[in-house]
Design a protein around this ligand. Structure first.
Ligand code: NAP
Ligand code: MG
Length: 464
C-alpha cells in the first residue's frame, strides 16, 4: 500500500545536516532508499533465530555490555547530539547516560517477563511471551538518542530483531548506537539503523510483511497514517504522539516553588518536548502572583550557546521548524518575550502569553517551541474541565498542598503520565504514554514488554 503522501520519484538522495546554533555544516549523508530498507529488514529477519536462541542470561549480558559501551561513549554521543540538534550539553549528556540506563534496565528485565500457569480442568495451562520477529522502530528528532534507546531496549530484550529509522535530520547518535551495539558484541543484523526519510524508509516498515510491529514516536498526524497503514496486515502498532499538557497550580500550593519549576517544564529542549507543560492553569486568586514569579524565573532561563554548561535553552532544530513555530507566534500578544543571541542560528525567544479563551490556537495546538500560555481557573471542577478540553492527554502536573485534592484531581485528569508538586515525567521503571490522541500503548517498565511480544497460551492434557 503506497503512502498516499509520497512521491517516491522525488525522494531526496542526500541530506546536509547543519548545526542549529551556528548553521555550519555538520555532515552530509546519503539517504537510504526503499531497497536499503528492504535489505535491512532481510538482515534483521536472518538474525532473528540466532538472537532468540541465546540463553536469557547471555542475552542480558550482551545488552549490559551494550549499555556500558553507550555509557563509555556518553560524552561523544552528547557532543554529536548537541551539534546535530542544538540540545544544551548538560541535557544531551544526561540523555546519553539515560540511554545507557534504559538498556541496562531492559537487560535486567529479560528473565523477569514471565508467563503464568492457570488452573484448568484436565491438564496444565501455561502462557509464554513470544518475540514478534522483526520490529520497525521509527523515532523523532527531539530526543534522538533517548527515543532510540526507549525502543531498542524492550525490542531486543523481548527477543526481537530491529530496524530503526531515526528522523533523518538528527540521525547521528542513532547511527553511532548501531556501531556501538556491534562493538559490544550484539550480533550482526540484530539492530539495523537505516537513515532515510519517513515516507521512503519508515513507510516501508509499515508495508513490508516481514515487519511484525511498528513502534512509532512522532507527530499525531503521521501516527494516524501509520496506524491506518498497519491495519492492512493487522500489524502491531504502538504510538507515542503529541501533547498539550496542563500544569495545574492551585492557590494552596507553594506558589514560588511551582513558578520556579514551570519554565523548565515547558522551555526545556526549547519546548520541543512531547511532555511540555505548555498550558499553565493557575487558580485566579493567585494568578498575578504566580505570573510575576513565572516571568521572573523565565528571565533566568539562560538562552544561548548549547555547548556552554550554563545554557538552559538552545535554538530550534532547523530553519523549517523555526518557520513553523513562528506561524503560531507571529503577532502573538505576550506578557513576556525573552532575548535570543544575535547572528546565525535558528533561535526563537521564550514567550509567555495569557488567555481566557480556551478555543484559541495557543491553548489547543502543540507548538513545539518555547511558548507557554497561562490560563486562569476558578475551582477544582473548572481546572479539570479546562485540562481535559484537549485532543491530547500525554502528561500533566498538579501543584497543591492538599493531598486529598491532589488525588481527586489526578484521577480526574485525562492524561497518562502525571506528577504532583513536580513536573517530572519519565522513569524507565514506570509506564509512560498518553490518553486520547497522545498515543497508543506505553513505553518503559515491564508493561512495554507486552507490546513487543505475543501472548501464547498452551494447554497440555494430562488426563483427568
Ligand atoms: P514526525 O514528523 O511525525 O516524524 C517522526 C518520525 O516519523 C520521523 O522519523 C519521520 O521521518 C517519520 N515519518 C514521517 N512521515 C512518515 C511516514 N509517512 N511513514 C513513516 N514514517 C514517517 O514527528 P517529528 O516532527 O519528528 O517529532 C515531533 C513530534 O513527536 C511531536 O508531535 C512530539 O510531540 C512527538 N513526540 C512524542 C513523544 C512521546 O513519547 N509521546 C516523544 C517525542 C516526540 P522524517 O525524518 O522524514 O520526518
Ligand atoms: Mg518530520
Amino acid at each position: 500500500m503506497p503512502d498516499p503522501t509520497t512521491d517516491h520519484s522525488s525522494a531526496p538522495s542526500t541530506i546536509v545536516l547543519r548545526n542549529p546554533a551556528t548553521e555550519e555544516v555538520v555532515r552530509e549523508l546519503t539517504l537510504a532508499t526503499r531497497a536499503d530498507a528492504d535489505a535491512a529488514i532481510k538482515r534483521a529477519a536472518a538474525a532473528g533465530p540466532g538472537w532468540r536462541a541465546i540463553a536469557p542470561a547471555d542475552r542480558a549480558r550482551l545488552m549490559r555490555r551494550f549499555a556500558d559501551t553507550i555509557a563509555a561513549h556518553a560524552d561523544e554521543l552528547a557532543a554529536l547530539e548537541t551539534a546535530n540538534m542544538g540540545m544544551p550539553m548538560g541535557n544531551s549528556t544526561w540523555c546519553a547516560n539515560a540511554a545507557a540506563d534504559v538498556i541496562h534496565y531492559f537487560a535486567g528485565a529479560i528473565d523477569k517477563h514471565t508467563g503464568s500457569t492457570i488452573p484448568v480442568a484436565g491438564g496444565v495451562d501455561m502462557t509464554f511471551h513470544e518475540p514478534l520477529g522483526v520490529v520497525g522502530l521509527i523515532t523523532p528528532w527531539n530526543f534522538p538518542v533517548l527515543m532510540a534507546s526507549w525502543k531498542i531496549g524492550p525490542a531486543l530484550a523481548a527477543g526481537n530483531t530491529a530496524v530503526l529509522k531515526p528522523a533523518e535530520i538528527t540521525p547521528l547518535t542513532a547511527m553511532r548506537l548501531g556501531e556501538l551495539a556491534l562493538d559490544a558484541g550484539i550480533p550482526e543484523g540484530v539492530l539495523n539503523v537505516v537513515v532515510g526519510t519517513g515516507p521512503e524508509v519508515g513507510w516501508r516498515f509499515v508495508e513490508h510483511p516481514t515487519v511484525r510491529k511498528v513502534a512509532f514516536t512522532g507527530s499525531t498526524a503521521v501516527g494516524k497514517r501509520i496506524m491506518a497503514g498497519c491495519a492492512d496486515q493487522v500489524k502491531r502498532v504502538t504510538l507515542e504522539l503529541g501533547g498539550k499538557s496542563a500544569n495545574i497550580v492551585f492557590a494552596d500550593a507553594d506558589i514560588e516553588a511551582a513558578a520556579a519549576a514551570a519554565p523548565g517544564a515547558v522551555f526545556d529542549n526549547s519546548g520541543q518536548d512531547c511532555c511540555a507543560r505548555s498550558r499553565v492553569l493557575v487558580q485566579r486568586s493567585v494568578f498575578d502572583r504566580f505570573l510575576e514569579h513565572f516571568i521572573e524565573s523565565s528571565r533566568h532561563f539562560t538562552v544561548g550557546d548549547p555547548t556552554s554548561p550554563n545554557t538552559a535553552m538552545g535554538p530550534l532544530v532547523t530553519a523549517e521548524h523555526l518557520a513553523r513555530v513562528r506561524r503560531f507566534t507571529d503577532g502573538l500578544e505576550t506578557v513576556y518575550t525573552g532575548d535570543v543571541p544575535e547572528g546565525p542560528g535558528y533561535w526563537h525567544p521564550i514567550m509567555i502569553a495569557t488567555s481566557t479563551d480556551h478555543s484559541a490556537s495557543i491553548c489547543r495546538d502543540e507548538i513545539f517551541g518555547p511558548v507557554a500560555v497561562v490560563i486562569p481557573f476558578e475551582d477544582e471542577a473548572d481546572a479539570i474541565r479546562i485540562c481535559n478540553d484537549s485532543d491530547y492527554g500525554l502528561s500533566g502536573s498538579v501543584w497543591t498542598g492538599d493531598g486529598s485534592r491532589a488525588l481527586r484531581v489526578v484521577r480526574a485528569m485525562d492524561a497518562g503520565t502525571i506528577s504532583v508538586n513536580s513536573n517530572s515525567s519519565v522513569r524507565y521503571s514506570t509506564p509512560f504514554g498518553g490518553f486520547k490522541q497522545s498515543g497508543l500503548g506505553r513505553e518503559h517498565s515491564m508493561t512495554v514488554l507486552d507490546h513487543y511480544t505475543e501472548l501464547k497460551n498452551v494447554f497440555i492434557a494430562t488426563g483427568s
